[in-house]
Design a protein around this ligand. Structure first.
Ligand code: NAP
Length: 511
């Protein structure tokens, strides 16, 4: 058992609010999830709020909880405007209010006589913390613990720019006792979830929504990622991409694992260079991963094998890691398009227009051709449309032909109409349609975009009485297929679907 205890006790809720009232509310929320709570006293906007909050804490703090007080000065990366004497004053007040631990930065210790806080009536247990907001420095094999009288645990929080950076911090956690590893930044997020499994004494998660990249809100950390329950036996999966912050795949896959009680976790990996991730695969014990932009093509050269359809499409979105470490790729995007469209029309013998000639268009065109449809491609670059038509056994039409041609279904495979903030590059905003009403001469329109769920294209189609299919159907179908490849079990589709629709609705109502 570590200095903070075991299991849930190692999941530390972070309370950070500007007023005493908000902080008190966060403490109540935190204690519903975990008995260990860090109080960021430096976030309170004035000494008055700090005093009010600590008075409240003294009256209301349950004895069973462990409170860790932090009043980080600006010099140490916090918000507290005062000097070292001010920091120590508030830590002493925190002890009075019932805090058993305090977090003291190395910058503070350096300014004290004997480099020690022991002469002050601060909370009895001391977490000595070191922050590097710029990079992850080189580390020795293990952290040399200070004299037991000086500190009870050591924390290193360092900015991880790569997965390799965050691994170095995890290795330190593996070999050091009473040590807290905090990889910061989006590239460090998977390591933040895995920190407890690797031996970190604590993992932090904010009570309120994450305020910086790389943080995971407490509720998600506990219920979706289950950081406190992960062990060496837990199977690790993930999605790789850049950007990755918006990905709904972790929600989809983890919801499935929780529902089926599978000891597995699915993490979002921000991957700029494939080599950075691939080197981490054996060390983290990764058993499989989803692949998204911009790696769907470039991953192929790292694979030992690839199924024939993925080979023909030229893109892989699912990779399984075999026992010998070799990587095997497949493509479930095509299943996604088929399953979603098949619910609305019989594809064999139908005529389907794919608008766009990029990666998703390619998967759609191959899938439709294999399902027996006549595939027609239209793209803003006619040469790209012709090349795809040739490869997928279809035909290309120029844009001007759309007003007079009839199709059983039209599939938008361009990003036009996607919600701003979700796009890679400069794409037009949501509210714009890639095709005009008089170009929609068909029975069914499917948009591959799923944010928003009801795109302008689908609205125009619905006004014309055309049956519509949202891209969320494709996203779900390709995800279910992927989950089944990873687990070998039937996906619990209803619960996974509910989680995604709820998250999309919440995101749309916020934007
Ligand atoms: P991609 O490889 O970048 O291809 C985009 C295609 O759209 C290209 O043909 C591009 O033409 C064309 N395009 C871009 N802007 C355009 C504009 N303003 N007017 C006309 N054409 C335009 O992207 P992708 O991976 O195929 O993704 C396309 C869309 O499908 C995205 O919105 C993505 O989110 C969605 N998608 C959804 C799912 C799902 O599960 N629902 C899965 C995969 C993709 P140029 O080559 O001339 O630039």
């Amino acid at each position: 058992m570590g200095v903070f205890g075991s299991g849930l006790q190692r999941l530390c809720a972070v309370v950070a609010a500007a007023t005493a009232g908000l902080a008190a509310r966060q403490v109540r929320r935190a204690l519903k999830q975990t008995p260990t709570v860090e109080l960021r006293l430096d976030w309170l906007r004035s000494d008055g709020e700090r005093a009010r909050f600590l008075r409240w804490l003294k009256k209301n703090a349950p004895r069973s909880a462990v409170f860790l007080a932090t009043c980080r000065r600006k010099e140490g990366g916090g918000k507290f405007n005062g000097d070292v004497a001010g920091e120590l004053f508030w830590l002493m007040q925190a002890r009075e209010a019932g805090c058993g631990w305090c977090d003291v930065e190395i910058e503070t210790l350096r300014q004290l006589p004997n480099r020690s806080v022991r002469g002050y009536a601060v909370p009895p247990k001391v977490l000595l913390s070191v922050h590097d907001f710029d990079r992850t420095p080189a580390f020795p094999r293990r952290v040399a613990m200070p004299d037991p009288g000086e500190a009870d645990a050591v924390k290193i929080a360092a900015a991880a720019h790569t997965i390799g950076d965050s691994l170095r911090l995890l290795r330190l956690a593996r070999h050091s006792k009473n040590f807290v590893a905090v990889p910061m930044g989006e590239a460090g997020l998977p390591a933040r979830v895995l920190a407890l499994r690797e031996g970190s004494a604590l993992a932090y998660a904010p009570v309120a929504e994450a305020t910086a990249p790389g943080q995971i809100a407490l509720e998600e950390m506990k219920h979706l990622y289950r950081a406190h329950q992960l062990t060496g036996r837990t199977r690790v999966y993930g999605v790789i991409g850049d950007p990755i912050g918006h990905s709904l795949s972790p929600l989809l896959h983890n919801t499935g694992f929780v529902a089926r009680r599978i000891d597995a976790v699915f993490l979002p990996f921000l991957v700029r260079k494939l080599g950075d991730f691939l080197e981490a695969v054996p060390e983290l014990g990764i058993r499989g991963f989803s692949v998204t932009l911009p790696h769907k093509q470039s991953i192929r050269k790292h694979l030992e094998g690839c199924d024939s359809l993925a080979e023909a499409i030229g893109a892989v979105n699912t990779v399984v890691v075999r026992r010998d470490g070799s990587l095997h790729g497949s493509n479930t995007d095509y299943v996604g398009v088929l399953r979603a469209l098949e619910k609305k029309i019989k594809l064999a013998g139908s005529r389907v227009l794919v608008f766009g000639a990029g990666g998703a268009a390619r998967a759609a065109a191959f899938a439709l051709h294999r399902a027996g449809a006549t595939v027609v491609i239209c793209a803003r670059r006619e040469a790209a449309a012709q090349a795809l038509a040739r490869a997928a056994g279809g035909e290309a039409v120029p844009r001007r032909a759309l007003r007079t041609e009839y199709f059983d279904a039209i599939v938008n495979a361009t990003p036009v109409g996607m919600q701003v903030g979700m796009q890679v590059g400069m794409h037009p905003r949501a509210g714009v349609s890639p095709l005009a009403a008089n170009e929609l001469n068909c029975r069914v329109v499917m948009d591959l975009i799923y944010r928003p769920q009801q795109t302008q294209l689908l609205k125009i189609a619905a006004r014309k009485g055309i049956v519509t299919v949202s891209g969320v159907e494709m996203f779900l179908a390709q995800g279910f297929a992927q989950w089944e490849v990873f687990t070998g079990q039937r996906a619990p589709e209803a619960v996974m679907r509910r989680a995604i629709l709820r998250a999309l609705a919440a995101k749309e109502s916020r934007s």
